[in-house]
Write a protein that binds this ligand. Structure first.
Ligand SMILES: [Zn+2]
Length: 154
């Protein structure tokens, strides 16, 4: 068996037998690289370290697990789910965090996100979008905000 063949066999083991565990790497106290990969079937991932710093701050303030519904997205995946074509998810600068377990009102979540220093904050029915990307026209407080809720909060 020659060397190249051994290498390719090893790669095969990582990609196919271990599957998405290829990204099982702890980035901070509470976030693992695996949580940011494009989707459960695709281990491709790109991530801005600044995002992890801000998310860890957010998580520390909440003192609750933060579940990443969507982190990095490949252009193909973003298109498939109908994402915005200039989404910060394409740059590894955004995460959608599930609101379900956080026990905070939307206004409280937004306030905490602002305090953490996120540059893009979007509120949705089921999650809050947080990113550390660049916006040409942030608001007077230095971030860009959008509200895509279809249900009003009780
Ligand atoms: Zn998002």
């Amino acid at each position: 068996m020659d060397y190249a063949l051994q290498i390719s066999k090893r790669k095969k083991v990582i990609n196919y037998e271990r599957g998405s565990d290829i990204n099982d790497f702890q980035l901070s106290k509470n976030f693992n690289l695996k949580e940011f990969q494009s989707n459960s079937d695709n281990p491709v991932v790109m991530l801005d370290p600044k995002l992890v710093d801000l998310l860890q701050r957010f998580r520390d303030k909440l003192n609750k697990p933060c579940y990443v519904n969507s982190g990095y997205r490949t252009p193909e995946y973003n298109e498939a789910i109908g994402g915005y074509e200039k989404s910060k998810h394409l740059l590894g600068q955004a995460a959608d965090i599930s609101k379900n377990n956080l026990d905070k009102t939307d206004d409280e979540l937004i306030q905490i996100a602002v305090e953490c220093g996120f540059k893009g904050i979007g509120i949705y029915d089921t999650h809050i979008h947080l990113d550390c990307g660049y916006y040409a026209y942030p608001n007077e407080y230095g971030y860009y905000f959008w509200d895509y809720r279809t249900k009003s909060e009780e």
